[in-house]
Design a protein around this ligand. Sequence first.
Ligand code: ZN
Length: 263
Amino acid sequence: MLIDAHVHLDKYADLLDQALREIDTQRIFTVATAMDLPSYLELQEIGKRSDLVLPTFGIHPRRAAEYANRLPELGRYIDMSPAIGEIGLDFHWVKDTATYPAQRKVLEYFIAAAGEQNKFVNLHTKAGEKEILDLLVEYNVRRAIIHWYSGPMDVLAAMIDFGCYFTIGVEVLYSDYIKEIAKTIPDHLLLTETDNPGALRWLKKNDEIAMPVTIKSVVKAVAELRQSTPERTENLVCANFSRMIKDDPWLSEIRNRLLAPNS
Ligand SMILES: [Zn+2]
């Protein structure tokens, strides 16, 4: 089964029906990460429409400033979410340094909760890579998906040592640095993503809306870089995701779905 471990399904607007059909017909297990509270509430509704969609709650670093003083309000949504994300830090694309303390406060709140509740996290790490690794260590969050890693190679190595999983996404089609990262990640920590629907549009600076099937281009590119085949890469990534959630107390149902004979 194909794994798309980081997607913004609530951003599909008019194309949502088509995207969900594609997820079901192509059998793409989809981790649907939220940007903020309204986004999570919408994803919960979307999640009811497909067995292959897992909605998760997080506050994106871009939205952190709006939530830093409302954290107790978020507790019940964290409690009900089977995993945490998208959360993280962005000191690169977010230029307003006044938001950085809020980003840190929100991230630490979510990481602490993930540690306490034994949930996996889905992380955005732009220019905050080392700081994020330190928080994972401090709160003993052992199951982390580092989404679209593009940071320094030494922190990548430290994250690999800690056992973080890494999603390779559409930038592998265009960037030599990301290709290098895609070759560096050890077999057992490799995952795939699209960051749909906007990532390709953002990279190519056009108005293309990427559909779920984009994950196949990612798998093919990663397979070529790692001297593997798309089929073996797909199976490897599925095995990795299954291992990551193997003892997850919140995801036993999902596990059965991933391991189902026709998956
Ligand atoms: Zn994202």
